[in-house]
Ligand binder design. Structure first.
Ligand code: HPA
Length: 277
């Protein structure tokens, strides 16, 4: 069986065959972020099926391709469509693309997601800059034999989300007149949404939003010494005493609305990335 490092090398080589650029930033586009991919000055678009060892996307709202090019003059590789643990992928599969982006040359990862808002200050389609996270997924992509060439056995998590990138994102949001909270993201395995009792518990343990992604990718990014910036779009209000049945069509609509804000904010952040280097 091929080792992880070999698979990463083969996948990265396949991307390099189609694109000669060296990305500085990796971008994981969650639900509602299609608009951002369109803003990239695209130099290559590579379907996941064309990349060896890449899992394939099964969720209809996710496209399943790597978009390579520049955004605000910064060379980037963007994942249009991500893999979720609830789809049945292993944590290693979910996070494999982060390893490949690192091998291609990125030093910074920007992750985005749609999440349920539990903080009463939040409104639908608001953005939250992720300051910290709680992993309640019940699994971890770093479990198993550690390849020391990829990162340390016991990676530090005292600052998973880069403080300077958080300030840059907050400042950029202010300049653009976009409401952006900062707060804690808690990751659950899904696929069901939470019960009232669960929302009450998650809020009580210190989380502001809840979602079914992102934390695995961030754990691997930190393992690989990447700087991380994360954004959540509040797509539904999860107030346990006023909870309404979930409406996935509405969540997707609100995600698209929040996605338009992120599609303005992220290029602004990228344009000023040099200030945090
Ligand atoms: N819970 C978990 N994941 C989610 C939610 C939620 O309420 N909304 C969007 N993703």
């Amino acid at each position: 069986m091929l080792g992880l490092a070999t698979k990463i090398g083969e996948a990265a080589a396949a991307v390099r065959e189609k694109w000669g650029g060296i990305p500085r930033v990796g971008l994981i586009l969650g639900t509602g972020l299609g608009g951002l991919a369109e803003q990239i000055e695209q130099e290559a678009v590579i379907r996941y099926e064309e990349i060896p060892h890449f899992p394939h996307s099964t969720v209809e709202s996710h496209a399943g391709q790597l978009v390579c090019g520049t955004l605000s003059g910064v060379p980037i590789v963007a994942m249009e469509g991500r893999f979720h643990f609830y789809e049945g992928y292993s944590m290693q599969q979910v996070t494999f693309p982060v390893r490949v982006m690192k091998a291609l040359g990125i030093d910074t990862l920007i992750v985005t997601n749609a999440a349920g808002g539990m903080n009463p200050q939040q409104q639908l389609a608001d953005l939250m800059i992720i300051e910290d996270h709680i992993n309640l997924m019940g699994d971890n992509p770093l479990r198993g034999v550690n390849d020391d060439s990829l990162g340390p056995r016991f990676p530090d998590m005292c600052e998973p989300y880069d403080r300077r990138l958080i300030s840059l994102a907050s400042q950029s949001a202010l300049e653009l007149g976009i409401r952006a909270h900062t707060g804690v993201f808690v990751a659950v395995a899904g696929p069901n949404l939470e019960t009232r009792a669960e929302y009450r518990m998650l809020r009580g343990m210190g989380a502001d939003v809840v979602g079914m992604s992102t934390v695995p990718e961030v754990l691997v990014a930190k393992h690989a010494s990447l700087r991380v910036l994360g954004f959540s779009i509040v797509t539904d209000l999860c107030l346990p005493d006023a909870l309404e049945p979930v409406d996935i069509a509405k969540i997707l609509k609100v995600a698209a609305e929040g996605g338009e804000k992120l599609a303005r904010l992220i290029p602004h952040v990228l344009a000023r990335l040099g200030e945090t280097a």
